[in-house]
Design a binder for this molecule. Structure first.
Ligand SMILES: C[S@@+](CC[C@H](N)C(=O)[O-])C[C@H]1O[C@@H](n2cnc3c(N)ncnc32)[C@H](O)[C@@H]1O
Length: 358
């Protein structure tokens, strides 16, 4: 019997239906049996493959973007370089290799990793031996310095709540038990509306409204930091703007599955609502960019030239492999359009390539 099934059943019996956020908290982060606490889900052996795991060129291009942004910040002799949810550490490792020729940038960077999974922290320690990195438990621990922060597929992993608006009444989707003692979704009427304005935009009849106070708390901490000290945040994730459909999904071994099945063994994510992220950032006093898709971002950062150069020194088999990588990262039916890229900067900075700011 799956351990978390029993733990979640007892919690529901004791306190009533759980919000999706409470359910995700247990499934993802339970100290002993949580998804991120027991295994490494990232990579070919895991449940899903991310862009940095597909090709080192992804990290190279982010590296170039980071150096460019550091220059825009006036090449500070010390700044915080923060990665949220570094997975295997592959992205940072590739960034470091690619930026080796900018030794002033590397010397200036105090690198901080924000990672909740103890299993992945171990993998990061192993893979990032050559880089001087510090792990932080809370973003408030970041020192008062200029900051550049980046993340790939981090915000989609954070817990959300779901609401629906029916006959002008608001209901929360919760998890309860059916007669057979199995998990089921249930709509529970809520009295209070939303605390903040952006989410209210989605109050359309029959809309599914997804909100994540975990995402917004993290965003707020980072935005306040860059507002005070100058800096920029780069968010790469899958999602869209002001979606009103259910995007909660379970994935196990690269296949979609029921989010209520096998708690702790299934990856649970949702699409990031960049519209809401953008609106909140503005309210925190910083400047979000216009949203672009991953394909446009990587093309503008020179991915095609990079692969054209690699082609010159590749045999037929390697070239075919490169073609498959480009297809995966750029095609609209793959990661090219579902994945989006947003930059958020302090308003005292000039625009940062390749973004235009609102
Ligand atoms: C989908 S993986 C992405 C990994 C990596 N960025 C990549 O692109 O390969 C999500 C990452 O966020 C971390 N994570 C999830 N929830 C977190 C939280 N609440 N606080 C800090 N890290 C978290 C996971 O452990 C993992 O490293």
């Amino acid at each position: 019997m799956n351990h978390l099934t029993n733990i979640i059943r007892s919690a529901i019996k004791e306190t009533g239906p759980l919000t999706i956020k409470e359910y995700m908290e247990i499934c993802l982060y339970h100290e002993k049996y949580g998804y991120y606490m027991t295994k490494n889900p990232v990579g070919r052996q895991g449940d899903f493959i991310t862009s940095p795991e597909i090709s080192p060129v992804f990290g190279e291009l982010i590296g170039v973007w980071l150096v460019h942004t550091w220059k825009t910040l006036g090449e500070p002799s010390k700044f915080s370089l923060v990665e949220l949810g570094p997975g295997n550490g592959t992205l940072l490792k590739d960034i470091w290799t690619a930026t080796a020729k900018w030794s002033k940038f590397q010397k200036a960077a105090d690198v901080y990793l924000f990672e909740r999974s103890t299993v992945l922290q171990k993998t990061q320690r192993q893979n990032l031996k050559k880089i001087n990195v510090k792990w932080i438990e809370r973003l408030e621990e970041l020192p008062d310095k200029k900051m550049i922060c980046f993340s790939n597929e981090f915000f989609d992993a954070l817990p959300i709540r779901q609401f629906t608006f029916k006959n002008q009444k608001l209901f929360e989707k919760k998890i309860s038990l059916n007669r057979e003692n199995e998990f089921k979704f249930e709509l529970v009427k809520v009295q209070k509306g939303f605390n903040t304005k952006p989410e209210e935009k989605k109050l359309i009849e029959r809309a599914i409204i997804e909100c994540s106070d975990t995402q917004i708390f993290i965003l707020k901490t980072l935005c306040e930091k860059i507002k005070k000290l100058q800096g920029c945040i780069l968010i790469i994730d899958y999602g869209g703007e002001y979606g009103t459909v259910d995007t909660l999904q379970g994935v196990h071994k690269n296949k979609y599955c029921d989010v209520l099945s096998n708690p702790g063994e299934v990856d649970i994510t949702s699409q990031v609502d960049f519209g809401i992220i953008t609106d909140h950032s503005t309210s925190f006093g910083v400047q979000p960019s216009k949203l672009i898709n991953q394909s446009d971002f990587l093309r503008k950062m020179g991915i095609l030239d990079r692969f054209a150069k690699l082609k010159k020194s590749s045999d037929e088999k390697l070239s075919q492999n490169h073609h498959a990588i480009l297809h995966r990262l750029l095609s609209y039916d793959q990661m090219g359009s579902l994945f989006k890229v947003l930059a958020i900067k302090s308003s005292d900075l000039i625009d940062i390539y390749p973004f235009s700011f609102k």
